[in-house]
Design a protein around this ligand. Structure first.
Ligand code: DON
Length: 305
């Protein structure tokens, strides 16, 4: 597809999404996110070589929330390698992102690194004795290098809002600690996790940042090829929690969603795509974002199946 066709495709998708009546429901359990206008949709597509196409509200910053778990997983795999899998599994959970149910039966080992319990273990592993400020600096450096953009920051008011309402994540952290699967104090790891989730990016920045997961000679090489394949596999099977099967069925590409309404989608060997629309479907994933990448995968034939 040539450059003009990418632009036409994305503009057509954005126009269709903005005209869709049912835009889903904005997350309200983090008060700071509840005030975001649901009438917004942005999409960006970055090719491995850095050419980027965008439409709609692609330059409006949003809270990346759980999409940050992809970046912390990349850092943890780089630092710990396979030792990480002693503390967290690699299976879909079939339960909502913040569920505590399986932890009790499964010895405090979360099913995968993308549900909250698993992501807390990943953040706990990279924190390991360091100061939260240092680790957040490292996460931001990684994201900025991946996006080739220094203008990426943490929204302190979102982090504070989640801290004030973070009882469930604190409960998960204490439960993990009770099972001996936590190195730092729950306060310290949760504080770091709330801040990584509060990173603000635009769809354009996120699409550019995702190129390290595209693979191939033109993509930035920030982690090993081995890790690229493994993170993509986890995004496909676990990236949308109990909606992962539906996303794979409809889109056929690895993706990671966040309750801020962003989704990072990887078309292996081809492109990194970011969509953002704050209204969520019943699984807590962007309603229009999912619909949009479903259209895009059909139009490009990029499904991996
Ligand atoms: O831990 C939380 O509740 C949020 N900071 C992130 C959750 C999230 O984005 C779930 N994804 N759809």
């Amino acid at each position: 597809m040539d450059d003009l066709n990418y632009t036409t495709l994305l503009e057509g998708i954005a126009a269709g999404m903005l005209a869709t009546a049912d835009k889903g429901r904005v997350a309200d359990y983090i008060p700071e996110l509840a005030s975001v206008d649901p009438e917004q949709f942005g999409i960006a597509l970055a090719l491995a070589d850095g050419r980027c196409f965008a439409a709609g509200h692609a330059d409006t910053p949003f809270s990346i929330q759980s999409v940050s778990k992809v970046f912390t997983l990349a850092l943890a795999l780089g630092r710990l390698g396979d030792r990480l899998w002693q503390r967290v599994g690699r299976e879909p959970s079939g339960l909502p992102f913040n569920s505590i149910l399986q932890l009790e039966h499964e010895g405090g080992i979360p099913r995968n690194p993308f549900i909250n319990a698993g992501a807390l273990v990943v953040t706990d592993a990279i924190l390991a004795g360091h100061q939260p400020r240092e680790v957040l600096g490292e996460i931001l450096r990684f994201v900025r290098a991946a996006a080739d953009d220094e203008n990426i920051h943490i929204d302190e008011s979102v982090a504070r809002s989640e801290t004030d309402h973070g009882h469930r994540n604190m409960a998960l952290a204490h439960f993990l600690a009770a099972h001996g699967n936590f190195v730092n104090s729950p306060d310290l790891t949760c504080g770091t996790y709330f801040h990584q989730c509060a990173i603000e990016m635009t769809a354009r920045q996120l699409a550019l940042a995702g190129r390290f997961l595209v693979g191939g000679p033109a993509a930035p090489s920030l982690i090993s090829r081995h890790s690229v394949r493994r993170i993509n596999a986890l995004m496909l099977t676990c990236g949308h929690y109990d909606g992962s099967g539906d996303f794979a069925y409809r889109v056929g590409l690895p993706g990671k969603s966040g309750v801020g309404g962003g989704i990072l989608v990887i078309a292996p060997g081809r492109a990194s795509i970011a969509v953002w629309s704050p209204g969520l479907n019943p699984h807590g994933n962007s309603a229009l974002g999912t619909l949009a990448v479903e259209h895009l995968a059909r139009a490009t034939g990029w499904s991996i199946f």
